[in-house]
Design a protein around this ligand. Sequence first.
Ligand code: NAD
Length: 476
Amino acid sequence: MTDTKDVHLYVGGRWRKTERTQPIINPANEEVLGQVAVASVSDLQEAVEAAREGFRIWSRTSPEHRANVIMRAAALMRERQEEIARSITLENGKSLQEARLEVIRGAEFFEWDAGEALRLYGRVIPSAQGIRYMVVHEPIGVVAAFTPWNFPMSQPARKIAGALASGCSIIIKASEETPTGVVHIARAFEDAGLPAGVLNLVFGIPSEISETLIPNPEVRMVAFTGSTAVGKHLTEIAARHMKPALMELGGHAPVIVCEDADPVAAGVACATRKYRNSGQVCTSPTRFFVHESIYEPFVEAFLGKVRSLTVGHGMEPDTDMGPVANDRRIAALQELVDDAVAKGAQLLCGGHRYERPGYFFAPTALGRVPDGARVLAEEPFGPLAIINPIVSVEDGIERANTLPFGLAAYGFSKSSANVDKLCRGLEAGNVSINTLEASRAETPFGGVKESGLGREGGAEGLHHYVQVKNISHQID
Ligand code: NAD
């Protein structure tokens, strides 16, 4: 199963080979799938030039035409679902079924933002006779975007959709570890008739790319999804050059299970969601705070679901959970488990890698993890759950809010009083009750505290890609 071919840059509407390349590894068997291009500084400068020209054309294209091109490209992605999903599974490891859903989700981001392109309304401010004040939204310019490896197609889709729907051009550096998802997006846009230079793909040395693109005066905005540490670094570079930054960063999502919730239904739902994408999701439910009166049945139901999971190669039809994306994650997970167990946590299941080729880490749950264990504060970003008892909903909310993160938070309760406490009390950009779904194309998504700046999707999603211009018109 080695059908990824070499991946090139896409600059000014042309696919471009580079002298330097680096290997793309299948995380399920460590085989080399192909080579990905490594951009030189002059490739990056040419990408900026191409995006400048792309912006000139695209910003003057009518919103209706922009929306039509985006809808055509999204339709092509839906048609090519199987091919795109296959590439995602081979490079990232997730099951083919999850990869198929990711492709549909990516298409939905494009479809939603295409609709929003038609609704970027300005306003007219009430004024005296003879003068008119108008507020209009103009596309901000060339966007530099950076996306990670956990959703190789839908993460780039979100950024490209926002930029293109608003009339911006974009240079995107998707992950070198999983580069083919964004290549499929570019091909769909090429076939849908997007003018050259509006969408440009680069790959290479991440720090070299961000340090070259962000300071360039033609680049007017930065968008990033990834770790809080890298997000802060890129925000600092952007601030030095007075550029806005849209940041979707880490989380360490709490789940509060109240005493009136059904512990079995909640336990099964939580375990099912936890191990999606091998836990490598910024909204992945991770810190489970379960009322002590239902702690044991919750844990039993959770572990029952874990035992039913099939871990294997994503291409195999019965696989529920694939490998993690790379060996960095294996090392990070093992450290967190060992630290917690050494400090007195119960190892409820897993806690080790599998002795086989590929980056397979067993679905893991830790119980009664003591304060001071690193895993309570550090996002594991893998198949690792923490299940701790709480004495009340207030206790759960307090524990949930102790971290500097605030991306997604979840609660399970049948009581409207508890739900109200959760919705008001949880410090997060997205609070979900009795469901572990955190975001959809039509709902705004993003974090508070160190989980990020700004929102993607929903009616708010295009706001970052436009700037407000006020026009005062004195009428003779
Ligand atoms: P990382 O933070 O170094 O990389 C994450 C992504 O950022 C990669 O795709 C990488 O290419 C890019 N990146 C890194 N340094 C960059 C730079 N200087 N300029 C531009 N782009 C840069 O590390 P990692 O090992 O891949 O992931 C570690 C942590 O990142 C995880 O534990 C998790 O917390 C976080 N992460 C979050 C998300 C998310 O969806 N929010 C996705 C992936 C990783």
